[in-house]
Design a protein around this ligand. Structure first.
Ligand SMILES: [Zn+2]
Length: 200
């Protein structure tokens, strides 16, 4: 485990656990090192607990993605064609209603994102792992990416479009996350804590 301290324009010390279990500390510019070290030592218990939680979360994510093996070329192609069969009619339906037209639709074994909309060339890529979600969750992601053709940013206008074209988007987003959180042996209810803390 590594501890990394970054000095920034911040008024308080804070820390978080990053991928792999390392600890990232943010400290205000000019704060003496001894004070930062004391902060880290004082929160040793928090670090242990938070790292354990991060580890469990990563295991659940791995268990989720492992459900769809995509190592071989055949597996990837099969997944892509199954996904295409699922998504194409959804795109057709919603793009028609919304009056948008994606220039290209691609299917990729992406892990970190369900979909990506390239605003410049108006192409959309969907993750093969969408096959692991209930159809209505997939549909919500399809509408989300199509909305990006109308609004690139996640702002009020964007969520207004989601309200209009997929009113149950909040519920679908929650369900999508739950599909990952509930996966594997260490399945836990949705976390409610934020991995950041304020010094006393
Ligand atoms: Zn988005």
């Amino acid at each position: 485990m590594a501890i990394e301290v970054t000095y920034r324009w911040t008024r308080r010390l804070s820390m978080r656990i990053v991928k792999g279990g390392d600890v990232h500390v943010s400290a205000p510019f000019g704060m003496p090192k001894a004070e930062v070290v004391r902060f880290i030592k004082e929160h040793r218990d928090w670090i242990v607990k938070a790292r354990k939680k991060t580890d469990e979360r990563q295991k659940r994510r791995a268990a989720f993605y492992d459900q769809l093996p995509l190592q071989t070329k055949t597996q990837k192609q099969e997944a892509a064609s199954r996904l295409q069969a699922l998504i194409e009619p959804m795109v057709e339906k919603h793009a028609g209603i919304m009056g948008v037209k994606p220039a290209a639709i691609r299917y990729k074994p992406m892990i970190s994102r369900w979909g990506v909309c390239n605003i410049k060339d108006k192409s959309i890529s969907f993750s093969s792992y969408l096959l692991l979600l209930p159809a209505w969750c997939v549909e919500h992601i399809v509408v989300h990416e199509l909305c990006h053709l109308l609004e690139p940013h996640h702002n009020i206008h964007f969520y207004g479009l989601m309200d209009k074209y997929f009113p149950r988007w909040k519920e679908a987003r929650k369900k999508t996350l739950e599909n990952i959180w509930m996966c594997g042996e260490n399945a836990l209810p949705l976390p409610t804590t934020i991995t950041e803390l304020t010094p006393n």
